[in-house]
Design a protein around this ligand. Structure first.
Ligand code: SF4
Ligand code: MG
Length: 336
């Protein structure tokens, strides 16, 4: 299938007095046109940095792209100048964040803000921009959009504001929407509504989506494929069914145990991950998960496991793929 995004061996980081601290280490990921890839991991895993790198916003966050490529429709974004990125960002690729308030300007009405974006990116006259802004508010499920368009962000709830942000992001009909924890700040019912809305709009606008979340439950709702990141590395990637039914990496297996109800279904074989994610300035040797892994072997402490791909394209980086009969992982992992 045709790919909208191909991230190739992306290494990013932050320059410190001790040298480059890597935030992502040789990450490769693909998104097919019309599909949703979810990147899942704890905070500090490098998932947001990956998204910011695609947008080339990492430059403004004090980070650098050390190596690798980000191909968007076959064009490398890493080698583009920022003035070229201005034509892509907010237009062909848009991004929404956890806190909708930070994306909205408190002194303009929501209608004005969406219309402004349409004027800039689509070069629309004022009246037509306003008409389309109201239309976008309707499409994101805001009731009485003509009235709501004239309101200020503070007059709306968090969920409504996130709908406005989504309307703003989609007004220019982007090919790729990047959403970084878009529902984390919202309460559970509103969270489900926003996820439904994103699913519905993805179809309607025929776009592709990169969604970042720490929540496996969210990924299960919206993803076609799931990528699991740990301490700056990609440790597993596959379809939702592969990740949920035949997880290979012990970190993924642990993450799944954070979903209420799943443990019972799987016969209580899951375990809780102990300890916390290492600082990026001090990533463990060998397999970077080894200090927290209940199955760690000697080889894990010294040798970094390669990412290996099964016949169906399910990738994982774990030495347990080599142990055969004595494999301690629950279920029947989908070996390389
Ligand atoms: Fe655990 Fe070793 Fe696999 Fe790393 S390579 S996840 S330490 S078993
Ligand atoms: Mg983050």
């Amino acid at each position: 299938a045709e790919k909208i995004l191909e991230i190739r061996s992306l290494t990013t980081g932050f320059l410190t007095d001790k040298g480059l601290v890597k935030a992502t280490d040789r990450i490769s990921l693909d998104i097919e046109k019309g599909k949703t890839l979810c990147i899942v991991g704890e905070s500090g895993s490098g998932k947001s940095v990956t998204a910011l790198s695609v947008m080339r916003l990492i430059d403004y966050a004090g980070g650098i792209i050390e190596d690798g490529k980000v191909l968007f429709n076959g064009q490398d974004l890493v080698s583009k100048r920022q003035n070229e990125m201005l034509k892509i960002r907010g237009n062909k690729i848009t991004m929404i964040f956890q806190d909708p308030m930070s994306a909205l300007n408190p002194v303009f009405t929501v209608g004005e803000q969406i219309a402004e974006s349409l004027r800039i990116h689509k070069n629309l006259p004022e009246k037509e921009a306003w008409r389309q802004a109201v239309d976008m508010l309707r499409k994101v499920g805001i009731p009485s959009p003509e009235i709501r368009a004239k309101q200020y962000p503070y007059e709306m709830s968090g969920g409504m504001c996130q709908r406005v942000v989504i309307a703003m992001a989609l007004a220019c009909n982007p090919e790729l929407l990047i959403a970084d924890e878009p529902t984390t700040a919202l309460d559970v019912t509103v969270q489900a509504q926003i996820l439904d809305l994103l699913q519905q709009l993805k179809q309607e606008f025929k776009m592709s989506m990169l969604l970042i979340t720490h929540d496996m439950g969210v990924a299960a709702e919206v993803a076609d494929r799931i990528a699991v990141m740990y301490a700056g590395a990609l440790v597993e990637e596959g379809t939702v069914a592969e990740i949920f039914d035949r997880p290979r990496h012990p970190y993924t297996i642990g993450l799944l145990s954070s979903i209420p109800g799943l443990e019972g279904e799987r016969g209580g074989e899951l375990y809780t991950i102990k300890g916390s994610i290492p600082p990026l300035s001090n990533v463990p040797s060998g397999c970077r998960f080894h200090p927290r892994c209940p199955y760690a072997m000697d080889v894990c402490k010294t040798n970094e496991p390669p990412l290996r791909e099964s016949a169906t394209g399910h990738k994982a980086a774990c030495w347990l793929d080599d142990v055969g009969e004595d494999d301690p992982r629950p279920g029947k992992p989908n070996r390389a």
